[in-house]
Design a protein around this ligand. Structure first.
Ligand code: AMP
Ligand code: MN
Ligand code: MN
Ligand code: MN
Length: 285
């Protein structure tokens, strides 16, 4: 059923969101979400709380995660839905992926200090809910607080991105590892927000889809907070071309920062196979 208000992508204080898993569950329910997943970056530490909160509200739930991957020099995000959050290989892989974040954050702060912005490491840390998950989003919040930028969108235009102060190149998980961790933990791997990657040419985007499918990846996020309607059409066509199922998720991070609220998305195109049809056995009621 493509006409379902599923929201299968968002972030809590366990990664770079500002709401706790319980508050997100309540917001999803209040916004009319009919199937929900919390997909924190590189971390499943919020999954039991999210599932319990959803259960208490009568909100069907799929466990989730969003894994940072380096593919052909680009950072790509792979969402895993329906994974067993206690799977030892998945937990070990995620712990390894989180591992370099503190050192990276210190280098980011050094670069910002070099352009006159002091105390960024400590400043970002104040916003961090999980000490293993210091992210660029936390630095962005500090730069707004410090009056350097008006909002976090301005931060990512002027800082923390390639070629700008505070950008540190980083090697995340490989595409194959991320897809395998998800799949062997009982889940389905999904290419997150595919329109957001600066592939140098169309061939590289095809390579991402082809290699993802070859590793066992089975779905792509077609409708998501950062996709225009034209991008949703483009990736609906790509899903059909590559025989992938389709996912839908807001990528909500914060009431103050996110353009798209939980559940406030167009429905999936009726030609697509929704990823939740493949995951019916993993939905927690
Ligand atoms: P990290 O995993 O530390 O590299 O941080 C990535 C996070 O930063 C993303 O999940 C977003 O929450 C945020 N982010 C990255 N780029 C942008 C951007 N251009 N605009 C807004 N948020 C961004
Ligand atoms: Mn994020
Ligand atoms: Mn992402
Ligand atoms: Mn996300």
């Amino acid at each position: 059923m493509t006409i379902l208000n599923a929201d299968l992508h968002c972030h809590s204080t366990v990664s770079d969101g500002t709401l706790a898993p319980e508050a997100l569950a309540e917001r999803a329910k209040a916004n009319g979400v009919e199937l929900w997943s919390l997909t924190d970056h590189d971390e499943v530490g919020g999954q039991h709380r999210a599932a319990a909160a959803a259960h208490a509200l009568g909100l069907p739930y799929l466990s989730g995660v969003e894994i940072s991957v380096t593919f052909a020099g680009l950072t790509v995000h792979i969402v895993g839905l329906g994974v067993d959050p206690d799977d030892p290989q998945l937990m070990q892989g995620l712990a390894h992926t989180r591992g370099g974040r503190e050192r990276r954050a210190r280098e980011m702060a050094d670069q910002l200090a070099a352009v006159g912005i002091r105390g960024a490491f400590e400043g970002a840390l104040k916003y961090v809910g999980n000490p293993e998950l210091i992210s660029r989003t936390h630095f962005a919040r500090f730069l707004v607080e410090a009056g350097v930028c008006h909002d976090t969108h301005e931060v990512f235009r002027r800082f923390l991105t390639e070629g700008k102060p505070g950008y540190v190149e980083h090697h995340w998980a490989t595409l194959g590892d991320a897809v395998r961790w998800i799949t062997q933990a009982g889940g389905i791997a999904v290419i997150a927000h595919p329109a957001r990657y600066a592939h140098p040419n169309p061939t590289q985007e095809y390579a991402l889809f082809a290699e993802f499918a070859a590793h066992g990846g089975r779905a792509v996020e077609v409708v998501t907070g950062s996709h225009s309607s034209a991008e949703a059409v483009r990736y609906a066509d790509m899903a059909l071309e590559f025989g992938l199922a389709a996912s839908r998720g807001s990528d909500f991070h914060s009431p103050d920062e996110s353009h798209t609220d939980l559940g406030a998305l167009p429905y999936l195109d009726g030609r697509l196979t929704p990823v939740w049809e493949l995951l019916a056995h993993r939905i927690q009621h």
